[in-house]
Ligand binder design. Structure first.
Ligand SMILES: Cc1cc2nc3c(=O)[nH]c(=O)nc-3n(C[C@H](O)[C@H](O)[C@H](O)COP(=O)(O)O)c2cc1C
Length: 450
């Protein structure tokens, strides 16, 4: 059975020695950020802060490194990609929760709404204020009603107001733009503290027509139980810790930011839409979830890597079945630097695969294709392929004015350019044999294994 909720996962982390509880009081302003940066520097355990100066404890770093991500997926390095691909290939629809859902143990509406009562950290002195960074947004296509879930950052502006940022190429941003075009209000919910597979499913790349609850169910191997919100008719995970229901106000924008982001740079403040809170509901003894984002590698990158790699691999394999593996490096923010292993079936096919990858919603700036004998997760091997299998004038090309990630500080407005490198051996001609001493892998040399 999958973890039913965040609590079940935290219990598993605790019994694996991967959750440390901190009982002394901790300042929400900066100290949580410092503690997370420190824990992350040693690939440390998740941290639970029990005294936050509010009525709620705060857990952060729950998916802070690869080891914890594998625990969340209940997989090993050997099984992870197959397990996720199996989930993507076998979606499972959600079911309705019967009765009053746990996420509505406490219901706050009208004058009771006050988001500043939650333990929302200000991670770094240069951040524009307290940020909710680990929430998932539930919104719907205003025309078709198709639900979308995704992770988005929210700055606390006041008791009933949050600032929000969605890139225009992400579905929440598209739903906001679509609703504005139709002259409709967009209702949404910011859900904090969900089961691990629902959290990771937010990053699975799928078409805009996909009902994301099916993806979450596929990864879980069991349906997500949903409950209707109290103020705006959406459906949210019944076992979530906290649900902030809101309406998006695009007419009255306010300065949001800066925030240290996944690129490793602060994004400057700029006017953004306001989330006007219509209700807050939570479980009894709700646990708030925090997450540090910033210079790679942070929890933000860990959340993206496995779902991005597997779902982009599946998309590309539909066109190029001889693609055997795909790696999206953390150093490139798990976005702009993609390496593909492929055995081209005809001359020029590697280049076709590069162009298709550039067209993905990640908007990569570097796409490198190598032969399957190269270990794409070992930068030295990829550099070796680029060094000795590439004729730069023929195999390296630049596509101008490709759409850019809006937070990339090196880009010019909405556009960038993308580099493709075909580092596969020349097609259909003899190429020298790789020089390796045969049999070295199995050679018994106990003297160096001491
Ligand atoms: C922790 C975290 C925070 C994120 N914050 C934002 C954000 O504030 N705005 C945004 O546009 N994308 C953000 N993203 C990226 C999107 O959630 C992600 O790329 C998602 O796949 C986009 O959703 P879509 O596939 O439905 O378009 C964040 C990702 C993570 C893991």
């Amino acid at each position: 059975m999958p973890y039913q909720d965040l609590r079940a996962f935290l219990t598993a982390l605790k019994s694996a020695g991967e959750l440390v509880e901190i009982e002394r009081p901790i300042a929400l302003k900066y100290d949580i950020g410092k503690a997370l940066a420190k824990a992350s520097s040693v690939q440390g355990p998740a941290l639970m802060f029990n005294q936050t100066g509010t009525e709620f404890p705060l857990v952060a770093g729950a998916f802070g490194n690869r080891r914890l991500a594998l625990l969340a997926f209940e997989a090993t390095e050997q099984t992870i990609h197959e397990k996720v691909l199996n989930g993507i290939d076998n979606p499972i629809g959600p079911v309705d929760f019967e009765g009053t859902p746990p996420c509505q143990d406490v219901v706050l509406t009208g004058d009771e709404i006050d988001v500043t009562k939650l333990p929302v950290p200000t991670y770094s002195p240069k951040d524009g204020g307290p940020y909710i960074t680990a929430g998932i947004v539930v919104s719907e296509n205003p025309e078709t009603g198709t639900p979308d879930i995704g992770n988005y950052r929210f700055q606390v502006f006041g008791p009933k107001e949050l600032g929000l940022f969605s890139a225009p190429n992400h579905r929440f941003g598209k739903n906001i733009a679509h609703a504005t075009e139709m002259g409709k209000e967009l209702h949404a919910a910011l859900v904090i503290g969900v089961d691990p597979m629902t959290m990771f499913s937010c990053q699975v790349q799928s078409s805009d027509k996909t009902n994301d609850w099916f993806v979450a169910g596929g990864l879980r191997g069991a349906p997500v139980e949903l409950a209707r919100t109290v103020s705006n008719g959406l459906k949210v995970p019944a076992h979530a810790e906290i649900v902030i229901e809101f309406t998006v106000d695009t007419k009255n924008q306010k300065m949001e930011g800066p925030l240290g982001e996944y690129t490793g740079y602060y994004t400057p403040a700029s006017p953004k839409p306001i989330a006007r809170i219509t209700a807050i509901t939570h479980r009894k003894g709700a646990i708030f979830q925090g997450l540090l984002t910033g210079k790679p590698i942070t929890e933000n990158h860990v959340l993206k890597q496995i779902p991005f790699e597997t779902s982009i691999l599946r998309q590309l394999q539909g066109l190029f079945p001889t693609i055997s593996d795909l790696s999206i490096n953390s150093s490139g923010g798990v976005q702009v630097y993609i390496v593909i292993a492929m055995k081209p079936r005809y001359e020029g096919e590697a280049r076709q695969a590069i162009l298709a990858t550039m067209a993905s919603n990640l908007h990569p700036k570097w796409v490198i294709v190598v032969d399957p004998d190269v270990d794409i997760r070992n930068p030295a091997e990829v550099e070796w392929a680029q060094s000795f299998r590439v004729k730069p004038t023929e195999d390296v090309f630049i596509v101008n004015r490709t759409a850019a990630g809006p937070l990339d500080p090196s880009t010019d407005g909405g556009f960038s350019s993308s580099v493709g490198v075909d580092a596969t051996k020349p097609f259909g001609v003899e190429f020298p044999e790789v020089s390796e001493v045969p049999g070295w892998r199995d050679f018994d040399l106990p003297e160096i294994n001491k």
